[in-house]
Design a protein. Structure first.
Lengths: 311, 524
């Protein structure tokens, strides 16, 4: 895993290095103009005037020492910048993942019962719509519907800063209210994956001998469906959920932009366009961590579903 | 008759009371203004960070020596009065006596000296205070600026966000002011509002500073600046009332959509000094555009009215020169290059650019500085096809990519938006001065345009304190530039301020939100 990280870090550095322009240009942009000497001074200050390999070496050494450094753009410690936003992304990504799994499986089970029926077609269409629609478009559509025409949910941010109450539950429900639309938007991409996967897997399992046996034993339909069939058809869905975790994290970037969700996604995007290398590196490490934890959770879930699996 | 009289009396009384009601509508104290900002500021100290993003919170946190009214007239602010003597080479500022910083320490003339020196050293607009040789502080409330030459741009340079008065005892502690930790946290300012919290990517919360040096101001208790990058989200927020105020909206469809909302006011006023202009810049040094005939033909082939009507949807104004139409120095009486395809073709024919068998004379690239200018670039391709120029639209991945291309002079044509920043010396000269051809620096004279006569006029206008003479010089400059055409100016960037009906006195001066909002209030 360390080797993977090293390769990722070097590749990332290379890519940023290949991109034209640097932090001095982006600072000139925010300033509305620039001065030659100031730009040269900035480049010197951040070591951008050094030869490529020395920059790379310094960069890798810093990573090895777990020194996240200072953001060139914000002049703030990268670690603080990330920790400020990490919980928001974590909340969004995990809640969206859980929601999409839950709804996806539910739809899949429902569709599998009558695979060629109208309801199955409807489920397919609904989930494919979520998959095919660009996520920022879904986001804006939901905003127009549920913030403008039926004003139930707020348009942006993660909390209402005008709330002065110290009550935990007030804040909890406030965050929940803000989370609702971003969570659904992000989850909508994955409904299709999970429901179709679950449907296919269920269909296969439903035709298996042990299901026929269960039915023959006279078990209730619900019991057969949920206890015998579903449990045995979940592993491909869960495995895929683990694999798609990185996709959820990247999908979060767009969702965070639309809803001004104060997470890592917007920070990552900003650090790429402003060539803020230290911040991007930091986010990379945290994303890797997040995906790794996500995969670990997947494995644990799989083990719980099927005791034969060893971790 | 009596009945009629009574009726008239009643009507008159009603009229009087209503008019009294209007004229005596005292701004209400208290309340919170929820504003949106479209970008995350790097930090909040305008002394070492220019740009409109830092300008909004920066002008609330920090006071400047003077401020401007809606008619470009300087008004007292932190300096209660000023004297200009010695042919404009000595400027004496008399500071307000009881002004204090947010930590309670009095604002002294030494802070003015420190601020000016910091800005002169670290602010990117070097022309603002270049002629200031020294600042003398004969007493705590008097600062005397000694200049090497008269400098009419000085007044504007001492206003808005451009000359933030920062406390020497905080920012003069030996740390680099550009990376000072108190630029983002625990900011100690001198303005009407103090910082409560700056959460990067989320919000900036400002609170009324009770000891502000203007009694009774500011009216607002609190300002919340929500950072919302997505234009569609901001628009919905304004429509559903979650956001009271947003400045610098420039997306024409959003502007027109918001205009239809009865709860919102949409105005283009307040951006004259910011002075954003959209233009098509030429590489005047190399390639086909080095020939002034080619540049003129291109200008004749591009229909400014099409841009105003079809791309800007009627929300932008025509800009015929590099000085914003809202500026007192704007000269509309220049060669405007109104659409004339025949003339454009004739100019190219006469200059010896023959059409090939495919009807094309030669090819050019067009770049654009930010995504909002993409339609202009696409239109350029279509428009120039009519005069036999085969245009390739080059899309840059992002700003730094484009900036590298243009600042290193590897372009033919590029669409761009450039700001005037108040006085022409600050934001206009830089585009045309021979001495400002600086490779690698964006928004320098990237056109590499050089005309000694133009240089001479700018030099003269930069030190001319007489308003009428100065206007005449700039008028001549604009005519000469329109003739040489290093840049084809088309329109103002349609910045608009959107505010809900409950907001009173939004900033309508020349500096938009880069000015103190101590008079803004929330109605009942």
């Amino acid at each position: 895993m360390l080797l993977v990280l090293l390769v990722v870090v070097i590749l990332n550095f290379l890519m940023l290095h290949l991109a034209p322009g640097d932090i001095a240009d982006t600072i000139a942009q925010t300033m509305g103009g620039a001065d030659e000497q100031d730009m040269a001074e900035l480049r010197k200050q951040y070591g951008l005037d050094q030869p490529f390999f020395i920059q790379l070496f310094n960069y890798v050494v810093r990573v090895a020492l777990l020194d996240f450094g200072q953001s060139h753009f914000y002049n703030l410690p990268v670690f603080d910048l990330i920790m400020e936003r990490f919980p928001a992304t974590l909340l969004l990504v995990f809640s969206a993942q859980i929601l999409s799994l839950f709804v996806g499986i539910l739809l899949g089970v429902y569709a599998a019962q009558n695979p060629n029926g109208l309801s199955s077609l409807f489920v397919n269409m609904f989930s494919l719509f979520g998959y095919a629609a660009p996520v920022f478009w879904t986001g804006i559509l939901l905003l127009i519907a549920f913030s403008l025409h039926i004003p139930i949910f707020p348009v942006s941010g993660m909390r209402d800063i005008t709330i002065e109450s110290g009550n935990f539950f007030v804040h909890f429900f406030d965050v929940l209210k803000h989370l609702f639309l971003p969570m659904i938007t992000l989850a909508s991409i994955f409904f299709a994956y999970y429901s179709r996967l679950c449907r296919a897997s269920m269909l296969e399992v439903l035709g298996a001998d042990f299901v026929r046996t269960a039915k023959a034993k006279g078990l209730s339909k619900k019991n057969v469906l949920l206890k015998h069939a579903l449990k045995n058809s979940l592993s491909p869905v869960i495995t895929f959920a683990g694999l798609s975790f990185s996709a959820v994290v990247s999908g979060a970037i767009l969702v965070e932009t639309v809803y001004s969700w104060p997470g890592l996604g917007t920070l990552a995007f900003n650090s790429i366009i402003s060539r803020d290398t230290p911040v991007l590196l930091g986010i990379l490490i945290f994303s890797t961590l997040m995906v790794t934890v996500g995969n670990l959770l997947t494995d644990l879930t799989l083990k719980a579903l099927d005791p034969r699996i060893k971790i | 008759m009596k009945k009629h009289f009574l009726k008239t009396l009643l009507l008159t009384a009603t009229l009087i009371f209503t008019s009294l009601g209007v004229s005596f509508a005292e701004p209400k104290k208290g309340g919170t203004l929820i504003a949106a900002v479209g970008n995350n500021p790097r930090h909040l100290n305008p002394a070492v960070q220019s740009g409109i993003v830092t300008g909004f919170p920066g002008a609330q946190l920090f006071a400047t020596p003077i401020r401007y009214d809606n008619n470009w007239e300087p008004q007292p602010y932190l300096a209660e009065s000023w004297d200009i003597s010695d042919g404009g080479k000595t400027v004496k500022l008399n500071l307000v006596k009881d002004a204090v910083f947010h930590d309670g320490v009095p604002i002294k003339s030494s802070d003015v000296k420190f601020s000016l020196e910091t800005i002169k050293k670290h602010h990117p607009f070097k022309t603002m205070f270049a002629p200031v040789v020294s600042v003398e502080t004969p007493d705590e409330h008097t600062a005397v600026l000694k200049l090497s030459s008269p400098h009419p741009a000085l007044m504007l340079a001492m206003s808005s966000q451009l000359m933030a008065i920062i406390p020497e005892h905080v920012y003069g502690d030996g740390q680099d002011p550009k990376t000072h930790p108190q630029n983002s946290e625990n900011v100690v300012g001198s303005g009407p509002f103090k910082l409560v919290e700056f959460k990067s990517g989320e919000h900036i919360i400002l609170e009324r500073f009770d000891d502000f040096f203007i009694d009774g101001r500011p009216y607002l208790d609190k300002m919340v600046l929500k950072i919302i990058r997505d234009p569609a989200t901001r628009t919905i927020g304004l429509e559903n009332g979650e956001i009271d105020f947003y400045a610098f909206e420039n997306v024409p469809t959003n502007i027109n959509r918001l205009k239809k909302n009865a709860n919102l006011n949409v105005t283009p006023d307040g951006y004259a000094a910011i002075g954003p202009i959209d233009w098509l810049a030429f590489n005047t040094k190399s390639g086909k555009t080095a020939d002034v005939n080619v540049r003129r033909a291109i200008a004749y082939a591009i229909d400014r009215n099409f841009i105003l009507k079809a791309i800007m949807l009627g929300v932008a104004d025509e800009a015929r020169t590099g000085i914003h139409p809202g500026s007192p120095y704007y000269e509309p009486d220049v060669e405007a290059y109104d659409i004339d395809i025949d003339k454009a073709n004739k100019i190219l024919d006469d200059a010896g650019y023959k059409k090939g068998s495919d009807g094309m004379r030669f090819g050019l690239n067009v770049d654009f500085g930010w995504p909002g200018l993409r339609p202009n670039a696409e239109y350029t391709k279509a428009a120039l096809k009519k005069i036999g120029i085969d245009v390739t639209v080059r899309q840059s991945a992002d700003f730094p990519t484009w900036a590298q291309t243009v600042s290193n002079h590897n372009f033919d044509l590029t669409w761009d938006t450039v700001f005037n920043w108040g006085d022409p010396v600050i934001g206009v000269h830089r585009t045309y001065q021979t001495s400002n051809i600086k490779k690698g620096v964006i928004w320098s004279n990237t056109q590499q345009y050089s005309n000694p006569k133009v240089d001479a006029i700018m030099e003269k206008a930069g030190v001319e304190n007489d308003m009428d003479k100065r206007k005449a010089l700039y008028s001549e400059l604009q005519k000469m530039l329109a003739n040489d055409l290093p840049v084809y100016w088309t329109n103002t960037l349609p910045y608009h301020t959107i505010y809900s009906n409950k907001v009173g006195n939004p900033p309508m001066g020349i500096w938009a939100t880069s000015s103190p909002m101590d008079m803004t209030y929330i109605k009942d």
